[in-house]
Design a protein around this ligand. Sequence first.
Ligand code: NDP
Length: 297
Amino acid sequence: MAEIIDGKAVAAEVVEEVTRHARELIAAGTTPGLAVIIVGEDPASQVYVASKSKKAKECGFHSVQHTLPAETSEEELVALVETLNRDPAIHGILVQLPLPGHIDSGRIIQTIAPEKDVDGFHFINVGKLGTGEVETAFVPCTPAGSMLLLERVRGKDLSGLNAVVIGRSNIVGKPMANLLLAANATVTIAHSRTKDLPALARTADILVAAVGRPEMVRGDWIKKGATVIDVGINRIAAPERGEGKTRLVGDVAFEEARAVAGAITPVPGGVGPMTIAMLMANTLVSACRAAGRTPPA
Ligand code: NDP
């Protein structure tokens, strides 16, 4: 049976570390500041934003939430981001996606000052990660958190290991592949046009699933002893829990995979909690850089 990688526990450790370093930074005169912007009333986004703001407060940060109506114009949003770019009390700016259809998300992301782009989506940060400048980049939170979980099982150096990432989004799949490459793994990125995905997946010592398809990766896709990082978060019907009830599952069929893998992240309680923890870590790093201090490793 595979070792279960406890993302909740690792995330709690990260938050504890961030809180400790934030205390030191505050004592030295800089309070890390995070601004979170939400436009519209998407219920899932509301929950994410509230938990990000709450976690920032728990870390001792200056935490600001801007809740804007769905009809906010692109120009108004650009103006708000520019104001936050100039605000010395703010070190991290996060615009919750998706934005309403009339707003160009790409333009908004590129308006965020790269040195405050704690989501790591600005071209400058994407380029730094792509060219191996990880030390001065902001790495997107979900892949950064996934790497930390992987590190717990495999260490920092993945030399000689084959990694397969299923999914090529800019938010998860591509940055994850870059991080694995930076850690010396031999990386293959799979997607919806990949031929014979099960056979490819079976070559992976490290298998990352970031697809958004409930339990797509079956037990017989997994190499014996592989480390499986399940990024997917999918809500499915759970009639066994009562009428209209739902539950969360990953992109991996957990019970099947667990019988073959060496280690696996559960859903919920795996990668999910790491995302917010890494957002706090990125905000702390940003505040350290602004204060001219070396960020903690
Ligand atoms: P996207 O929809 O942007 O990307 C999905 C990727 O999966 C695409 O590259 C797509 O290929 C590929 N894909 C889709 N169907 C198949 C298939 N049948 N076989 C192989 N590849 C396929 O999703 P995200 O990257 O944003 O998110 C992926 C998952 O991770 C989702 O479940 C999301 O909820 C979750 N997530 C979790 C987070 C967390 O905090 N844990 C944070 C962010 C996301 P193609 O490019 O060819 O279309």
